[in-house]
Design a protein around this ligand. Sequence first.
Ligand SMILES: Cc1cc2nc3c(=O)[nH]c(=O)nc-3n(C[C@H](O)[C@H](O)[C@H](O)COP(=O)(O)O)c2cc1C
Length: 182
Amino acid sequence: MAKKKISVLVGSLRKGSFNHKIAEEVLNIAPPGLALEILEIGQLAYYNEDLDQGDPPQEWVQFRDKIKNSDGFLFFTPEYNRSVPAVLSNAIDVASRPYGKNNWAGKPGAVVSVSISALGAFGANHMLRQSMVFVDVPMMQQPEAYVGNVKKLFDESGNLVEDTKKFLQNFMDAYEKWVGKF
Ligand SMILES: Cc1cc2nc3c(=O)[nH]c(=O)nc-3n(C[C@H](O)[C@H](O)[C@H](O)COP(=O)(O)O)c2cc1C
């Protein structure tokens, strides 16, 4: 059977981003039924309805196509001031428009939130879920993934500790089953 195309969105543009590192780990352990691809979002102009009147920016068109042709979405998000970083929020807005052409609708999603603090970016995780309700992305409810104290989860050689690897593996196995329901 063909693999399901899962677009991966990372809410940090930072070179040394922990969210990006965790996303890369997940790419390495992805279940066989899922083909994961990280989509760039930093190049997307801030959403402005005026730009959607004629020919929208080319990068919006390409990004919308990618989202439209995905079978599901995986989000990795830091928390900025108890919310979702602007770059990720913008990507959600861009692919949800123009009005009446929401490219997200009906595809299964899941979120992993990652923070250097103990709370595991709980706020961002749930703010993201709130937006996903509106753009009609059914988000996996369990297991939840709040990765806190992330700096402590990599050893001196930069390898992710085994416990967290197992946790992510379990999360991805559940997500594969979630995708299979749609
Ligand atoms: C503007 C800004 C706001 C932040 N606000 C929060 C926050 O509300 N909660 C939190 O846990 N960490 C917060 N942080 C710290 C992030 O957890 C930390 O920078 C983390 O490493 C970001 O993820 P990244 O490594 O993937 O870039 C904030 C960081 C920045 C730059």
